[in-house]
Design a protein around this ligand. Structure first.
Ligand code: UDP
Length: 421
């Protein structure tokens, strides 16, 4: 079901909605083209799915295209993704050629005719070229952690990024010297989507039981792609140690993202580990299973996200919004969301997960307080309406001046000051 802006007022307040309408009025009819690498699976698709229709409602001519490529291209971009998050991989000439060939093919196919073209992540970053630039402003929206990249890959990518009119990072920690103006905009979740809307207890119970999970016993859940950076094997080890003393169940729920060829092998290794224990539930869900993921998160006693590298970690936002106590790796954008012992628990090891899971199981009132605080933190900072407002501001900034790495709130102040003058 498509929601209108007004539907968000009871959650974020009428003022926030009025601000969006006010800012959008000045951008009416402007063409915004978003390009990313997958229409389903992963956080970027999740956001664009909701953001683009709302942009359109405000009068902006927004659209979304997905870059296409063969298996070899997605092998290269997956390696690039991993390398940019620090993995040691050699960038070969063959990989460069594969990347470039896909960019050229997509340049011919994708209409890059926006007044502003938003290119998401490294996969389609090479779409900007002298032949495609036109009169548009180009924004490179980076959703990953670039704090410690493999320099071979970063140098290769930076050559493209420096040609953009602006770069956007999810956190100041991820920002790199891109050679262009950079802005900070954290991502968001949609509180009204099937993934996040309220569900009644009966709906939650049905989903748990469908997967053979016992609602009357504690459930530890991690929802994420089957990716080693999400450390599913660390979660498994933590569960096995906790299981010696507590009657817990483990849910590892993931699915397949079309741009992630590594997933299948991680999944089959996890399934092999799970065979001998009926309380381990490795679920490979279709990308459309939003209600099911919602129910699994709501039906959990504790939500884990033991990532060792993370962009922002939307699964954390989703769990916090549901008032769940979250134990998560102290990496990437997770630290913007989880304030240790206030809105959740941050850990750096399997030991940390084991220790704090026991603490939360023994102190449900503490777990409840973390959940309550977490939900409010998300309400104030990480909902879709805030994200939409930030993009509207960014479009104005991309078309005008202002340099350096600017937290959006300061930039908003700058625009408002200019408008007031
Ligand atoms: N997700 C999903 N099905 C899955 C695994 C993940 O719908 O099997 C969703 C998850 O709920 C979240 C997003 O995909 O909305 C993952 O975003 P996140 O930032 O946590 O990680 P990414 O996959 O982008 O690294």
């Amino acid at each position: 079901m498509e929601h209108t802006l007004a539907d968000y007022a009871p959650i974020v307040g009428m003022e926030a909605i009025q601000e969006i309408r006010f800012r959008a009025e000045k951008l009416e009819g402007i063409r915004l083209r978003h390009v990313n690498s997958t229409s389903v699976g992963g956080g970027v698709a999740e956001i664009l799915n909701r953001l683009v229709p709302l942009m359109r409602e405000t009068g902006i001519d927004a659209s979304w295209e997905v870059i296409r490529g063969g298996e070899a291209f997605f092998e290269v971009t997956k390696a690039m993704h991993n390398a940019l998050q620090g993995k040691s991989i050699e960038l070969s000439e063959e990989m460069k050629r594969t990347y470039l060939a896909a960019q050229e093919e997509n340049m011919r196919r994708i209409p890059l005719d926006g007044d502003v073209n938003f290119i998401h992540d490294p996969q389609p970053a090479g779409l900007l070229s002298p032949s495609t630039r036109g009169g548009a402003k180009w924004v490179w929206r980076c959703h990953i952690d670039l704090s410690n990249p493999n320099m071979q890959f970063w140098d290769f990518l930076r050559a493209y990024v420096s040609g953009y009119d602006a770069a956007v990072f999810s956190s100041p920690k991820f920002a790199k010297d891109t050679g262009t103006r950079s802005f900070i905009i954290p991502p968001s979740i949609d509180p009204l989507s099937d993934k996040n809307r309220e569900l009644d207890a009966e709906q939650v119970r049905r989903v748990l039981e469908k997967h053979g999970i016992d609602p009357s016993r504690p459930v530890l859940t991690q929802v994420s792609r089957f990716d080693l950076f999400k450390d599913p094997f660390g979660v498994l080890e933590a569960y096995r140690r906790i299981r010696k003393e507590y009657d817990v169940q483990l849910v590892l729920a993931g699915g397949e993202a079309t741009d992630d060829p590594e997933g299948a092998s991680v999944l089959s290794r996890l399934c092999a580990e799970a065979v001998s224990d009926p309380d381990i539930h490795v679920l490979c869900l279709p990308a459309t299973a939003h209600l099911e993921i919602n129910a699994l998160q709501r039906g959990s006693t504790i939500v884990l996200q033991k990532s060792i590298k993370e962009g922002f970690g939307l699964t954390v936002t989703e769990a916090l919004w549901k008032g769940k106590p979250v134990i998560a790796g102290a990496v990437g954008g997770i630290t913007l969301q989880v304030k240790h012992r206030i809105t959740g628990i941050l850990v750096n090891s399997v030991d940390g997960v084991v220790h704090y899971t026991k603490v939360l199981l023994n102190h449900p009132e503490f777990a409840e307080t973390l959940g309550r605080n977490g939900r409010e933190h998300v309400r104030q900072n990480f909902l879709l309406t805030r994200h939409l407002r930030d993009y509207l501001v960014l479009v104005v900034l991309a078309r005008t001046g202002a340099g350096g790495i600017i937290p959006l709130d300061d930039a908003i102040g700058a625009i408002d000051a200019r408008e007031a003058v």
